[in-house]
Design a protein around this ligand. Structure first.
Ligand code: N01
Length: 552
């Protein structure tokens, strides 16, 4: 918390930003550079967003460190030394804090403050924001930098409140850490968070029982320390590398092998997959061939390869059978990147329970009850770890009760799924901007690059509005409708809509199934540039009355 006086007056700020993760911090920096008075509200007690909350053992980024970092200041990227190829959560949080200090961001950050609601005043072209400290503040621009994976999906198992042991969520991990020594631990969920934490918890716990609903594809991350030489080589051509990633569909350098998986012999395919598995690792796997995400026959070849690997690693054939996805589509759910995940199931203290056919029935005082063909099975545990994911992309946006023009609620408008123009704005909510909102590349890109692009676009737009005397910006209905259709048309060209994933919101009970991210960062950037070049094509820009009168 900063030491400045609390907000006591209305209309205090030019811009109010929600969230002090990487998006909110950069947004603040950019707008302050433009001379705007900005306040950032953050519900946590520190900066870092997702990296502030997700402190579970093994938490690590799946984008390479030298790319998963800010690019707005060459001095910053030259002076910072990432220790590993893929950064661990503590290193990323250290970096976030360094940035906050280096640019004196804390002066305009208000921590421990949750934004509850926001409403638009049409007569005054202002947003009024209410926070959980009972105060309100107004601003001309309201910017949601709330992240895409920031609201936890917490399954409501019957009896959970009666459980006498400890309960943890990977997405809200205790800051002091957790000691599992001598404990019997249940872990529910086998997405990236479960897959990363499993090997670490298994090392400490007396027994770890993993409850798996859907088998997942995971490949070795091949993480390792970065040498000075490697860092220096990247730093010497950082500008060139950053430009290159801006032209890539996922805003990262995946080393795409620009050949169809179906155009080569089975032996050659195997050779390429082995090379990716042994050397590149991680998400680079999806670039082993150029059609893995577009052609289900091509995708089957990589699925078979990974399934073979799982059977080769996991010694107990029953466990291997449960772990290996059947008819799975690789990358449809985000591909996981692990260090020793499948190997962990060879430990004597690790069990695996398939809950795909017989879901977790309830949590009892002493453990987890599963009822299925084998009758009722009780698993006595001391601790339960939920690695059950997020209400992704819309959860945090709809977590604030946002009311736009005519008192329309964003929750109502998006009841059947999010509708935006460019993932940036939505009709009926003037001057509300979303950083990496639904309909933008966001989670299907290197988030740091998408944040860079969106923050620059929003701040440039605000600069334009200020200089042109525009008091409101909002998408045209036709532009929004066309964009929503386009996002879906592009998704339908790929394998993404063919499974249940958080990209579609289908991991959250009751959430409408709609594909949310836009696929193709490079085409998205070109589209945004074109929109701006054409005078903000697809947006309605309302001049101030004074200006209207002057030009009448
Ligand atoms: O969440 P998930 P996550 N009963 O939604 C299961 C990023 N991330 O936190 O598949 C039983 O992927 C659910 O089962 P199912 C990354 O983008 C990145 O792991 O729905 N199980 C699934 O197995 C990632 O994709 C990094 O059938 C239940 C699991 O919980 C995203 O965050 C690290 C259940 C949730 O998996 C989300 O990952 C961590 C229930 N009632 C996260 N409800 C890196 O950078 C849910 N599940 C590497």
């Amino acid at each position: 918390m900063d030491d400045r006086s609390p907000i006591t007056t209305r209309t205090d700020f030019d811009a109010i930003v929600v969230g002090a993760g990487f998006a909110g911090m950069f947004m603040l920096h950019r707008l302050r550079q433009q001379g705007l008075k900005v306040r950032v509200f953050e519900r946590g007690s520190g900066v870092g967003g997702t990296w502030f909350w997700n402190r579970y053992p093994g938490a690590r980024c799946d984008t390479e460190s030298m790319e998963y970092s800010y690019q707005f200041d060459d001095a910053l990227q030259q002076e910072w030394n990432w220790p590993e190829r893929y950064s661990a959560q503590p290193d990323i949080l250290k970096y976030a804090n360094h940035v906050a200090d280096r640019y004196n961001l804390r002066a305009d950050l208000q921590f421990n403050t949750k934004v509850l609601s926001a409403s638009f005043d049409e007569a005054r072209h202002l947003w009024t924001i209410a926070t959980d400290d009972g105060k309100t503040a107004t601003a001309r621009y309201f910017i949601m930098a709330t992240g895409t994976l920031s609201v936890a999906n917490k399954p409501k198992f019957a009896g959970l409140d009666s459980f006498k042991g400890r309960v943890f969520y990977t997405s809200d991990w205790p800051h002091e850490g957790v000691d599992f020594t001598g404990r019997r631990v249940a872990l529910i969920g086998t997405g990236s968070s479960g897959i990363q934490s499993t090997p670490h918890i298994a090392e400490q716990a007396s027994r770890l029982t993993v409850f798996q609903r859907t088998p997942n594809f995971s490949v070795p991350a091949r993480n390792r320390p970065l040498s000075d030489e490697e860092r220096n080589v990247t730093k010497s051509r950082y500008g060139e590398l950053r430009n290159f990633t801006y032209q890539q569909p996922f805003a990262t350098n995946f080393h795409m092998n620009d050949v169809s998986a179906l155009s080569v012999s089975p032996e050659e395919r195997r050779r390429v997959y082995e090379e990716r598995w042994n050397q590149h690792g991680g998400l680079h796997f999806m670039a082993a061939f150029n059609d893995l995400l577009f052609n289900s026959e091509a995708n089957k070849t990589i699925a078979e390869f990974i399934v073979d690997k799982i059977h080769g690693i996991v010694k107990d054939p029953k466990k291997a059978e449960i772990l290996a996805p059947k008819n799975g589509v690789v990358g449809c759910k985000r591909l996981c990147s692990d260090t020793g995940y499948f190997e962990t199931f060879n430990r004597d203290n690790v069990d695996l329970v398939d809950v795909s056919q017989s879901p977790i029935e309830e949590v009892t005082e002493t453990g987890i009850r599963v009822e299925g063909d084998e009758g009722i099975r009780d698993f006595g545990v001391d601790d339960i770890v939920f690695a059950t994911g997020f209400d992704a992309m819309t959860g945090a946006l709809l977590g604030v009760d946002i009311k736009g023009r005519g008192g329309q609620s964003l929750r109502d408008k998006w009841a059947a799924g999010p509708r935006t123009y460019l993932g940036l704005q939505t009709v009926g909510f003037p001057n509300l901007f979303m950083v990496t909102g639904p309909g933008s590349p966001s989670v299907l890109s290197n988030m740091m690059v998408s944040i860079d692009q969106h923050v620059n676009l929003i701040s440039d737009t605000i600069r334009h509005l200020e200089s042109a005397g525009i008091v409101e910006i909002e998408p045209q209905q036709s532009a929004e409708d066309a964009w929503v259709s386009h996002v879906n048309e592009v998704a339908d060209l790929t394998v993404y809509p063919t499974c249940n994933s958080w990209y579609l919101g289908s991991n959250v009970p009751g959430k409408t199934r709609v594909f949310m991210p836009y696929i193709g960062f490079n085409t998205y950037v070109a589209k945004c540039q074109d929109v701006v070049a054409k005078g903000y094509e697809g947006f309605v820009l309302v001049p101030s009355e004074r200006k209207e009168a002057a030009t009448a």
